[in-house]
Design a protein around this ligand. Structure first.
Ligand SMILES: O=C1O[C@H](COP(=O)(O)O)[C@@H](O)[C@H](O)[C@H]1O
Length: 257
């Protein structure tokens, strides 16, 4: 597991543009090496801002989007097309604007979908999607995602793994249903920390002073039960991509003058 590296940008806008550029390079490199690439998307304001920047970046067409497998780190368990679903937001911000292969866009089932209003069944089905996507070289029940994008909540959650919740104690399953979330909506489906840690690269994106506390705690060595974002690590790289405000309570976090 890798130690976190921190990159700080002056503003949320710069951060989103820089992450979009970084993403293009990472996906182009993966496709050059293997022919395909895999990307885990995050919900939340910063993740969506990155997708909007990516949509508007001319370099986005350097990626062959028809050969990118798209997954989600978490989903709000709501009806299909609900504006608060992470899938809806990602489609509007980005996926509807590039030639992705629909068969490679792996969304979590909606609460009015195939499994009805049963988040456990939706979670189990998503775990099967991940298992089917994993190749022999992945050595486990989830693909080695090239890049896993994650947000960070004000109380330190990442994906929908909340502090001291059943999800943060999960060691076996790769995807779980999450209930009674402190942040609405209360019911979600989330990758677990072991699934996230199968990623080659984990990029935690967050902005704003309200995130400065959990960022400082995670980077200061907090336990993942208290601050789940602290437990999100990549096999090859763990990057914390912050704006100046979110880095404000982390000793030694450099930022451009
Ligand atoms: O609810 C969620 O929130 C987090 C963080 O969102 P932000 O708006 O504070 O950046 C996000 O990581 C997660 O995917 C999402 O479901």
């Amino acid at each position: 597991m890798t130690q976190p590296q921190v990159v700080v940008h002056d503003t949320p806008e710069l951060l989103a543009a820089a992450v979009a550029a970084r993403l293009v390079t990472a996906l182009v490199d993966a496709q050059a090496a293997r022919g395909t690439a895999s990307l885990v998307l995050t919900g939340g304001r910063t993740g969506t801002a990155v997708l909007e920047q990516l949509r508007d970046a001319p370099a986005r067409d350097a990626v062959d989007w028809s050969r990118v497998d798209v997954f989600w780190g978490d989903e709000r368990f709501l009806p299909a097309g609900h504006p608060d679903r992470n899938e809806t937001q990602a489609r509007e911000a980005f996926l509807d604007h590039v030639p992705v292969d629909p068969a490679r866009v792996h969304a979590v089932a909606a609460s009015d979908g195939r499994f009805g209003d049963d988040p456990d069944a939706a979670a189990a089905a998503y775990a099967e999607v991940l298992a089917r996507a994993a190749g022999p070289g992945d050595h486990g029940p989830v693909p080695v995602f090239d890049v896993c994008l994650l947000g960070v909540g004000e109380e330190g959650h990442t994906a929908s793994v909340f502090p001291d919740s059943p999800a943060v104690h999960e060691t076996e399953r790769t995807v779980v249903a999450v209930r009674n979330c402190p942040k609405p909506p209360p019911t979600r489906v989330s990758l677990t920390l072991p699934a996230i840690r199968a990623s080659a690269e984990v990029w935690l994106l967050t902005t704003g002073a309200a995130k400065a506390g959990p960022v400082a705690m995670a980077l200061g060595g907090a336990d993942e039960v208290e601050i789940p974002a602290a437990g999100a690590r990549g096999q090859r790289r763990t990057l914390w991509l912050l704006d100046h405000a979110a880095a404000g309570r982390t000793p030694g976090a450099a930022h451009p003058a």
